[in-house]
Design a protein around this ligand. Structure first.
Ligand code: GTP
Ligand code: SPV
Ligand code: MN
Length: 582
C-alpha cells in the first residue's frame, strides 16, 4: 500500500531505505490488524495473556527493566537558535542531531517490519485537531497508539486532504540506555526517537507531538497545548462547568479527571464528566472564552494507587480490552499492583516470584493503556469538534509544606505567575531521583517545546480586549503533617475544593484576600461527611508569611533564569507580592 500523498510516500520510502526494514506495513487501525499484532506479540513474548474470565482481551507487557519511564536527560529540542529551546530544554544543533540519529537508524530495522501509523490528535472532524504519522518497528507501540489516538484509515484520509503532518520516526533499537535519544525538530515538525519502547518516549503522538511540537505550533498560531486534564462538573441545577488542571506527571490528573463525588454530593445531584486525563489543547472561541479538546483517545495511566477506593471509575474500565505494562500478576494471572484492595501478587513486574523484600509487585511507574470510551464517566462532549468551554484553570503539585489546599489568583497575570512558579516533587514517571522539589512551570518543564520565557509571554498574551478568560487556581492535595502523613484525604474529597472554586467562578462563595492569593475560610469548604479535624483544615488553609517570603525570593531567581525572555509584567507581579509580604 501507499498513500495518495507523494510527500508521505517519499518519506516512508526514505526511512525504509535508511533502516533497511524487511517489510513495510501501513496500519489501517482495524480489529483484524490488531488481532494479528496481538498474536505476533504473544508468540514473541512481548505480551502475556491475562485471565480471560476476569479480564477479557487484556494483556501484560513486561518491558526491559532499564526502560520503564521517560528519560528527560536524553530528550532534546533541536532548534537552529539554542535560545529558542531555552534553558528549560536540552538542546542540540539540528544538523548534529540528524547525524547522530541517522547513524543509529542506519540498518536498525533489518529483520523487522516497519509499521506506518497515520494518526489524528483530537476528534477526526475537529478544526482543533492535528495529524501525524509515526513510523515504528514496535508492534507494542502500534497496539498502544491504536488505543491512545484516532489511528488508521480515517486519519490517513485527513492527512491526504490536508497535505501536512508531523513526521515521527521511532525504533526500539537495542533498548540500550546508552543508545537512546528522544529528539524534537519543531522547525521541521519532526520527531526522532531511538532506543526506548516506553510510553512518553515511544508513543510519539503523546508527549512528543501533542505537547512539545504542538506547544511550539500553538505559540505561533495563538493557542495553548498543555499538560492538563479536562473535567466537567455538573451541579444539582444541571449546569456543567469544565475545568482544566495541570499537575506534573504522577501528581493526580487521571484521578481528578475521573473523580467520584462523596456520597452527600451524589445524593444532591452532583456529577463528574471525564473529557481528558493528560493533555489539553485550548483556543479562544468567538465569544472570547477558551475552548478545549482532549487530543487523545485513551488513557496511559499510572497503575499503582488505583483502587476501588481511590478511583472506582478507572477500575471499572480496566477489566477488558486493556494493556498493562510492568504490573505484577496474581496466581491466576490477574493484574495486580500496590494499593489494590483485593487479590495478592504471585509474580512481580519482572515475572519473578513476588518477594516484598526484593521488589514491589508493580513498578512504581507501571501503566495501563485503555480506550477513553471505556471510562464510566466519559462524556460525548469529548468528541465535540468545537471543544468544551473552560471555566477554571487549576495548577497543582506535590508540596509537603507551604502551599495551601487551594488559593485563587486575583487576575490572569497573577494566575500566570502562579503557574510559572509552580514546584513539585519529582516522581517515578521519569528516570532519576524521586521526591526532589523542582520548579515545573504549568507542569510543562519536561514538555514545553520552546523557551519558557517566551511561553510565559504567550500565556500573558491571552489577556486581551474581548477575552473572557477562566479564573485561575492553585491546589495542593499533598501537604504532609509532622508524621509524614498526607493531611488532606484527597481523591473524591477533592470535590469539596472543586465546589468552592466553581462557586467563586459564579460569584456564590466567599474568599479572604492575602498577598499570595484569595483563600476560603474553613467554613467556606463543605465538610459534611468529611473525616478531618478542624485544626488540620485550618492549617491547610493558612499562609506562612515567612515561608512565602523565602518562596518569592526563590521565584525571583527562577524567573531570572530565562533572562530577557521573561516578561517584565511577570517580574513586576512577583515584586508586588514580595513587597506586600515584607
Ligand atoms: P501522568 O499520567 O504521569 O501525567 O500522571 P497523573 O497526573 O495523571 O497522575 P495520577 O492521577 O495517575 O496519580 C498518580 C498517583 O498519585 C497515583 O498513585 C494516585 O493514587 C496518587 N493520587 C492521585 N490523586 C491523589 C490525591 O488526591 N491524594 C493523594 N494522596 N494521592 C493522589
Ligand atoms: C507523564 O509522564 O506525564 C505521562 C506518561 O503521562 S508518558 O506518556 O510516559 O509521558
Ligand atoms: Mn502526563
Amino acid at each position: 500500500m501507499t498513500s495518495k500523498l507523494a510527500s508521505l510516500n517519499q518519506w516512508v520510502d526514505s526511512v525504509a531505505q535508511l533502516t533497511q526494514a524487511d517489510a513495510v506495513h501501513w496500519c489501517d487501525g482495524s480489529d483484524a490488524e490488531n488481532a494479528r499484532l496481538v498474536e505476533l506479540m504473544l508468540s514473541t513474548g512481548d505480551l502475556v495473556k491475562l485471565n480471560e474470565q476476569s479480564h477479557p482481551n487484556c494483556y501484560l507487557h513486561r518491558s526491559s527493566p532499564s526502560d520503564v519511564a521517560r528519560v528527560e536527560h536524553l530528550t532534546f529540542v533541536c532548534t537552529h537558535n539554542p535560545a529558542d529551546a531555552g534553558p528549560n530544554n536540552n538542546w542540540m544543533a539540528p544538523d548534529e542531531a540528524h547525524a547522530e540519529m541517522d547513524a543509529l537508524y542506519k540498518g536498525c530495522m533489518r529483520g523487522r517490519t516497519m509499521y506506518v501509523i497515520p494518526y489524528c490528535m483530537g476528534p477526526i472532524d475537529s478544526p482543533l485537531s492535528r495529524c501525524g504519522v509515526e513510523i515504528t518497528d514496535s508492534p507494542y507501540v502500534v497496539a498502544n497508539m491504536r488505543l491512545m489516538t484516532r489511528m488508521g484509515a480515517p486519519a490517513l484520509a485527513r492527512i491526504e486532504r490536508e497535505g501536512s503532518f508531523v513526521k515521527g520516526l521511532h525504533s526500539i533499537g537495542e533498548l540500550d540506555p546508552n543508545r537512546r535519544f528522544i529528539m524534537h525538530f519543531p522547525e521541521e515538525l519532526a520527531i526522532q526517537s531511538y532506543g526506548s519502547g516506553y510510553g512518553g518516549n515511544a508513543l510519539l503522538g503523546k508527549k512528543c507531538h501533542a505537547l512539545r511540537i504542538a506547544s511550539y505550533q500553538a505559540r505561533q498560531e495563538g493557542w495553548l497545548a498543555e499538560h492538563m486534564l479536562i473535567v466537567g462538573i455538573e451541579n444539582p441545577q444541571g449546569e456543567t462547568h469544565y475545568v482544566a488542571a495541570a499537575f506534573p506527571s504522577a501528581c493526580g490528573k487521571t484521578n481528578l479527571a475521573m473523580l467520584i463525588p462523596p456520597e452527600g454530593y451524589r445524593r444532591d445531584g452532583w456529577k463528574v464528566w471525564t473529557v481528558g486525563d493528560d493533555i489539553c489543547w485550548m483556543r479562544p472561541g468567538e465569544d472570547g472564552r477558551l475552548y478545549a479538546i482532549n487530543p487523545e483517545a485513551g488513557y496511559f495511566g499510572v497503575a499503582p494507587g488505583t483502587s476501588e477506593k481511590t478511583n472506582a471509575n478507572a477500575m471499572a474500565m480496566l477489566n477488558r480490552d486493556a494493556i498493562f505494562t510492568n504490573v505484577g500478576v496474581t496466581a491466576d494471572n490477574q493484574p495486580w499492583w500496590e494499593g489494590m484492595t483485593t487479590g495478592e501478587p504471585a509474580k512481580d513486574w519482572q515475572g519473578r516470584p513476588y518477594d516484598k523484600s526484593v521488589s514491589p509487585a508493580a513498578h512504581p511507574n507501571a501503566r495501563f493503556t485503555v480506550s477513553a470510551k471505556q471510562c464510566p464517566s466519559y462524556t460525548d462532549q469529548a468528541e465535540a469538534p468545537q471543544g468544551v468551554p473552560i471555566s477554571a484553570i487549576v495548577f497543582g503539585g506535590r508540596r509537603a509544606s507551604l502551599v495551601p489546599l487551594v488559593l485563587e489568583a486575583r487576575d490572569w497575570t497573577h494566575g500566570v505567575l502562579v503557574g510559572a512558579s509552580m514546584a513539585s516533587e519529582t516522581t517515578a514517571a521519569a528516570t532519576g531521583a524521586v521526591g526532589v522539589v523542582r520548579r515545573d512551570s504549568m507542569a510543562m518543564k519536561p514538555f514545553a517545546g520552546y523557551n519558557f520565557g517566551d511561553y510565559f509571554a504567550h500565556w500573558l498574551s491571552f489577556d486581551k480586549e474581548g477575552a473572557k478568560l477562566p479564573k485561575i487556581f492553585q491546589v495542593n492535595w499533598f501537604r504532609k503533617d509532622a508524621d509524614g502523613k498526607f493531611m488532606w484525604p484527597g481523591f473524591g474529597d477533592n470535590m469539596r475544593v472543586l465546589e468552592w472554586m466553581l462557586k467563586r467562578v459564579t460569584g456564590q462563595a466567599n474568599a479572604v484576600e492575602t498577598p499570595v492569593g484569595n483563600l476560603p475560610l474553613p467554613s467556606d469548604i463543605n465538610t459534611d461527611g468529611l473525616e478531618l479535624d478542624a485544626a488540620a483544615l485550618e492549617q491547610l488553609l493558612s499562609i506562612d508569611r515567612a515561608g512565602w517570603k523565602a518562596e518569592m525570593a526563590s521565584i525571583a531567581e527562577y524567573l531570572d533564569e530565562y533572562g530577557d525572555r521573561t516578561p517584565a509584567a511577570l517580574k513586576a507581579e512577583r515584586a508586588k507580592i514580595a513587597a506586600q509580604l515584607a
